[in-house]
Every structure is written in C-alpha cells, then in structure tokens.
Design a protein around this ligand. Structure first.
Ligand SMILES: [Fe+2]
Ligand SMILES: [Fe+2]
Length: 152
C-alpha cells in the first residue's frame, strides 16, 4: 500500500469542496430510492452546481491542474470528467438517468482527485504555486437549501 500523503494546507479549501460534493452524491443516492418528485431533487442539484460546483471546476482548471503539464494523462482524464459532468449538470430536463450519472461520475471523480491527482499535484507544485492556487480560491459553500427532502 502506498503511504498516505498529508493534504497540503494550501490545497485544503479545494478538498473541503470535495466533501460537499460527496454529500451531494450521497443525498442523490438516498432520494432516488424514495418516492420524491424529481423536480425537488433536480432543483437542488442544479442549485449546488450553479452556486458552487461550477466555480470549483473552473478554479481547478485554471489554478490547480495547471501545476502539471496539460498533456499529463491524469490532467486529460480530469478535464474529460469535468466536461462529462458539466453536460449532465447543464441538461435542461434532468431525468433519473442523468441524476444517476451525476452521482456515479462525481463520486468517482472526487475520489480520483483526492486519492491520486491532488497528491501528484502537491508533490509537483512549488510553494509559490500552492500559495497562488490558495489565494485564488473563492468558493466557500454557504448555501443552506431549505427543502431538505432527503430527510423525509
Ligand atoms: Fe475537485
Ligand atoms: Fe475536479
């Protein structure tokens, strides 16, 4: 087993976003097993995307992924996954299949970033790069969603 690498302090805000993303996946998974109107779920998923995750993807692409060369295989994979997720989140009518794809792909994407890509990035980054990506972080998740249908 490889040694766990401690997450660099300067990358931690991005990792906190990952925690929120995993919660979104968990809520989708739970509610899809219940009989809840689809638009209550899709409104919440769209709001999470628009108020939070969309900016997280952009900040990663601009300031985090650029630590590694753009032809790095894992950067190529990460961007491909972002694009696939973007297409799902921005779909006009989110059906159950779209929500299931979001849940599966986002879960896998976050685990890939946390277990592999972020370790690779923090090992390759200079202190200045880490400072810069930390300063550019501007995406704290604050929104309280008042329709907590997953508790029903
Ligand atoms: Fe991420
Ligand atoms: Fe990402």
């Amino acid at each position: 087993m490889s040694n766990p690498i401690k997450r660099n302090e300067l990358l931690k805000p991005y990792s906190r976003d990952h925690h929120n993303g995993l919660l979104l996946c968990w809520n989708i998974k739970v509610v899809l097993q219940k009989n809840i109107e689809l638009n209550r779920i899709s409104n919440y998923v769209s709001s999470f995307w628009n108020s939070h995750l969309k900016a997280h993807f952009l900040e990663e692409e601009k300031y985090v992924f650029t630590v590694l060369p753009s032809n790095d295989e894992h950067i190529i994979q990460a961007i491909k996954e972002h694009n696939s997720l973007r297409a799902h989140f921005e779909k006009e009518n989110m059906d159950i299949a779209t929500l299931q794809s979001i849940e599966m792909e986002l879960n896998a994407h976050i685990r890939f970033e946390e277990r592999l890509l972020f370790n690779k990035i923090q090992e390759a980054a200079t202190e200045t790069q880490l400072q810069q990506l930390n300063e550019h972080y501007n995406n704290e998740y604050k929104e309280e969603w008042n329709d907590e249908f997953w508790l029903n």
